[in-house]
Design a protein around this ligand. Structure first.
Ligand code: ADP
Length: 442
């Protein structure tokens, strides 16, 4: 900083000159000379400070209007000018990058909206405007729940489990079906991605309707065949060994097909978005006692089945659907556990959530199969599943029921040691009675 150094040298010279003048002219003139010089210096700095202050006060200080100055102030102003140049260059770069990003997101086929920590819209692209029938200039800062007026979406937002997208039919545009996915990021902000899946939904509906219709059409012929096979088996007193065996096989296969048809129909009912959950207060304790007795008769004394009820909390949901999901998990535990094995059914509150556990000491599952178990017809061991009367649809039904109740399924298993199927229901689905208040943690 040569300017500042010069100033420092001039002050030192001034002080030396005053000191030299002191013995020659006397104290008063020397001090008067020193004070006058300092006053001039002070006025010089004050003038430049005022100029700088006035320049900074202008609404948009620009380099072109930067005041002229000499000496140390000249240096300061030159530095300031350089700083402003580099700042405006990086600002230009930033604006260009932002513009490019906005162009890119505008060209995206998906709707993108940024939500702040209280779920108000901070920004959205034109596709999101179209999907949610909103105008960003008018609706910026509005809570997203005012614009997507769907109970399902409000529930999805509060559960904070965004692993699966939510499918909604846009009420303002009857024909539009959207897949919504929330992605938390940064400082409690969220990215809301919306995809138009109307066409996909239509194809999926056709597939679902086809499977449901075929299953429905098969129901009656199968009932007739089953009925006649039963009559034939009862009447066939003198039939040959081969004939008897054929009748038994035909009856078994008919029962298998009937079970398959019933599971397919159950699945298509669960998949149908027009078929909402028949909400009610479900007495889980009573349901599990009944399922426990059913499990004992299915096991026929081959396993040690235990029921552990740690809470009498009820659930808000569909009794039929929950019964079907729980019963599938329990029957799997029995079917995939060798004689003499242990099976535990447990209902408790864990970390504020309702937890249902089915634990067995059965054959277990290799970890590579776990992510695919809930797919339709996915079986680890096809022949074992068939032998024990499985349809390959049990866990697919469980998955659908749970997702309709915003619950999730965790599977922990070790081959040869056993499996644990853990179902967690969100706190807002729990109904805790006065007599048995919800324990904080169990
Ligand atoms: P399935 O009718 O074949 O039992 P599911 O959908 O109920 O069909 O189950 C899918 C597959 O997951 C089964 O075929 C079986 O391989 C495996 N599985 C399910 N539950 C258990 C369990 N408790 N122990 C071991 N394997 C299991």
């Amino acid at each position: 900083m040569p300017g500042l150094r010069q100033r420092l040298i001039s002050i030192i010279l001034l002080t030396i000159a005053s000191a030299v003048l002191w013995p020659i002219l006397g104290a008063v003139p020397a001090l008067a000379f020193y004070s006058a010089a300092l006053l001039l210096l002070y006025i010089h700095h004050l003038r430049h400070l005022v100029t700088l202050d006035e320049w900074l006060k202008t609404s948009a200080p620009a380099t072109s209007t930067l005041p002229n100055a000499t000496g140390a102030w000249g240096d300061v102003f030159t530095r300031l000018s350089r700083l402003m140049h580099s700042q405006s260059r990086s600002q230009e770069k930033l604006s260009a990058a932002l513009e490019r990003l906005q162009h890119a997101t505008s060209a995206m086929p998906e709707g993108v909206a940024i939500l702040d920590e209280s779920d108000h819209i901070e920004w959205c692209n034109p596709v999101a405007e179209q999907h949610f029938s909103l105008d960003f200039n008018r609706d910026a800062g509005q809570p997203i729940t005012h614009l997507v007026r769907q109970n399902q979406f409000a529930e999805y937002l509060v559960t904070r489990n965004y692993s699966e997208p939510l499918i909604v039919r846009q009420s303002r545009q009857q024909e539009l079906t959207l897949s919504l996915q929330l992605i938390p990021y940064g400082n409690k902000q969220k990215l809301l991605i919306s995809r138009d899946i109307t066409l996909l939904e239509r194809v999926e509906t056709m597939r679902r309707d086809f499977v449901a219709n075929v299953s429905h059409e098969l129901r009656t012929p199968l009932t007739v065949i089953g009925g006649f096979l039963e009559t034939l088996s009862e009447e066939d007193q003198t039939g040959s060994k081969i004939g008897k065996r054929a009748l038994t096989l035909m009856t078994d296969q008919t029962i298998r097909m009937q079970r398959l048809v019933e599971d397919l129909l159950a699945l298509s009912r669960l998949e149908n978005a027009q078929n909402p959950v028949q909400e009610g207060n479900v007495n889980i304790v009573e349901m599990l006692r009944e399922l426990y007795h059913a499990a004992q008769s299915l096991s026929a004394g081959r396993h040690h089945v235990n029921l552990k009820l740690d809470t009498d909390a009820q659930l808000r949901g569909s009794a039929d659907e929950l019964h079907s999901a729980f019963s599938n998990l329990i029957s799997n535990a029995i079917r995939y556990t060798a004689d003499g094995g242990e099976i535990l059914l447990n209902w408790r509150i864990d970390d504020g959530q309702g937890l249902f556990l089915v634990q067995d000491s059965g054959i277990g599952i290799e970890s590579e199969h776990l992510p695919r178990l809930t797919e339709r017809f996915y079986r680890v061991d096809r022949s074992r599943s068939r032998e024990t009367g499985g349809t390959g649809l049990g866990l697919a039904i469980v998955k659908h029921v749970l997702s309709r109740h915003q619950a999730n399924l965790e599977i922990v298993s070790e081959p040869g040691k056993g499996s644990r199927f853990i179902v967690r229901f969100p706190e807002n689905r729990l109904i805790v009675t006065q007599d048995n208040p919800m324990p904080k943690q169990s």
